[in-house]
Design a protein around this ligand. Sequence first.
Ligand SMILES: NC(=O)c1ccc[n+]([C@@H]2O[C@H](COP(=O)([O-])OP(=O)(O)OC[C@H]3O[C@@H](n4cnc5c(N)ncnc54)[C@H](O)[C@@H]3O)[C@@H](O)[C@H]2O)c1
Length: 654
Amino acid sequence: MHVPPKKPYDLSVNHAPKRKDILSRDQKKLAIANALRYFPSHQHTELAQDFLEELNTYGRIYMYRYRPDATICARPINEYPGKSEQAKAIMLMIQNNLDYAVAQHPHELITYGGNGAVFQNWIQYRLTMKYLAEMTDEQTLVMYSGHPMGLFPSHKNAPRVVVTNGMMIPNYSKPDDWEKFNALGVTQYGQMTAGSYMYIGPQGIVHGTTITVLNAVRKIAKNREDFKGKLFVTAGLGGMSGAQPKAGNIAGVISVTAEVNPKAAHMRHSQGWVDEIIENISELVDRVKRAQEGKEVVSVAYLGNVVEVWETFFESGVFVDIGSDQTSLHNPWAGGYYPVGLSFDEANKLMAEQPEEFKKHIQSSLKRHAEAINKHTERGTYFFDYGNAFLLESSRAGAEVMAPNGVDFKYPSYIQDILGPMCFDFGFGPFRWVCASGKPEDLKKTDEIACQVLEEMMEISPEEIQQQMADNIQWIKGAQENKLVVGSQARILYADAEGRMKIASAFNQAIAKGLIGPVILGRDHHDVSGTDSPYRETSNIYDGSKFTADMAIQNVIGDAFRGATWVSIHNGGGVGWGEVINGGFGMLLDGSEAADRNLRMMLHWDVNNGIARCNWARNENAIYAIKRAMEQEPNLRVTMPNLVDPETIQNLFN
Ligand SMILES: NC(=O)c1ccc[n+]([C@@H]2O[C@H](COP(=O)([O-])OP(=O)(O)OC[C@H]3O[C@@H](n4cnc5c(N)ncnc54)[C@H](O)[C@@H]3O)[C@@H](O)[C@H]2O)c1
């Protein structure tokens, strides 16, 4: 391939921030040599200069000049070249993750979360697409953190692609290790669905956030009538956090979401995700009091720091029913959290010029932030951590957020209190599918099929899961109307193992009958079995095993030999590099008998693995759910925990 001309830096596109200039002189030489491995030696002189410039200017080598000129988006599956339908499905999903309408920093190949990469550079993208277009169903493509290692002989029922992202020797998994090894070009942060080609735009977040906010209100409200006039206070109108006001509206409460970045706030307002923007704090107090008196359902964005909101609401006697936070504290020092007392611009300047000073501001802001929340909770506010490492970073900053035992936090995470016991322990999680034909009418048909399956299931569902079934039927009924599709024709739906298998099997039959085109199944990694993350997904594991990652690793291995079309396993994702191991899968349904066999085997494992683990950790609802799963499937035999009377142990220490 000839060297394409350099491309101008396109300012109309949202770009990744300049990354830390972390490499030594010798390491920079290594990074350039690493990048040049993809090119013949006669091109090295020209490219070496270009790559050094990129490294010095952006902190990474993206190989911008290799970015294709053609539009990148999910095309109908039959428009992809190749010999393998499964490989074509993967190309479709890769292109969806890089679609400019979907991706956060498309030119840097970042799908979401600021650093969630599909590839490290554009040559990896090109090479991967080439391999996928050439491979057969007797080969497997091996992906090392965005780098296609190559095609290896395998067999029809093996995954077509195996993805690993950011897998490190544990001692080299600190945040700066990511900066360094990513700059060297040997690893990447795949987040969850970014590096595994399974992102479906904001729809997934809206659904998950709605379920969380709805169930948070249920914890404090007696009935639906009692929801009215309840106030939810939080922060963040960014990628995922931007769904909070929309979820607040769907749940039927008043929400106040603080956001320091005017661009983010105005974007969500213009998209209709938040109803009003207020810039003045006393105006905000008046507006909220009015909304409480009138029991309105309204979402208000406050353009300013969330610490001001908590402090002022306390002083002004505004009672907050529910509180949380979705600033990006998984990335505290590089723009994830803006300290109170500095303007947005001042903070950005200090962060770049005096990072140590900036760090001190954040730590004291977090102390103030937690102190104000503590005052509210003493008055009766229900506060939960939204999996953004708020409590973790606040505790590291010395804020008063620890429980009396000095080990646990004072407040629960949303998984401990809400998603864990109400959803994950029963196996309900973010199942999703993409209609590979690209036809909206196929999506509509799949919605109808899924709804019918759920309604039939609900008639005979036990009491314990009736609420979940009802919420999901309501979601799928409103899905078309809510117009949540961005990019591929995708749908998310929380379902348990039985629901996922029955829905997928019904899709496969519809494909076999020619009623719809092929369907790609997947899920968010933020699910019952896929993710070990002690401060988030597995924060409701209380047997001490939440710092292990056996479940996520077992899960991906088990999915791989039960017929997944592709599998992935990642370090990082949501809460930060070194803090989580998470995995996922993709599966093409083509209407065949093999697809039907695979979906039953793999989806059953993909959910019940996690339930079995929660059961072993003695989670009550998981014990119930795994017993039910064993009754339904005689080949499933799970080791059951014997519960011990706490007094028996206490007596030993008296
Ligand atoms: N929504 C979910 O389902 C979910 C689930 C788990 C975890 N999370 C976590 O939530 C966090 C947010 O995710 P995101 O994609 O929205 O990130 P993001 O960076 O796009 O958005 C965070 C927003 O918070 C704003 N902000 C930062 N400090 C602030 C402050 N002090 N006051 C007011 N606004 C402030 C930022 O300007 C930014 O717009 C992440 O840590 C993520 O892992 C979200």
